[in-house]
Write a protein that binds this ligand. Structure first.
Ligand code: SF4
Length: 78
């Protein structure tokens, strides 16, 4: 993980995460990858509540990265 990125504290451990400072809570990730992303309504940001466990979920997480216009979703590839 890049050290200048502030991860949302609700992100579960794993390669995908949302950068809290970049997310504008527009919701594309939750629509694209509903099994993995959720909105934190208290703080108007999204977070990864589950890392992908299937090829389909992996594809959806990659699509979420593309769908996020604010480049708030990161993949450390680990
Ligand atoms: S798509 Fe990006 S900006 Fe929109 S809620 Fe998800 S992480 Fe935040």
């Amino acid at each position: 993980m890049r050290e200048d990125i502030k991860k949302h504290p609700l992100n579960v451990e794993g390669k995908y995460y949302v950068a809290q400072d970049c997310c504008t809570c527009m919701g594309a990730c939750e629509i694209t990858a509903p099994n993995n992303f959720a909105i934190d309504k208290m703080h108007y940001t999204s977070y990864v509540f589950k890392q992908p466990e299937t090829p389909e979920e992996e594809d959806q997480c990659q699509e979420a990265i593309i769908a996020c216009a604010f480049e708030a979703i990161h993949d450390d590839g680990e």
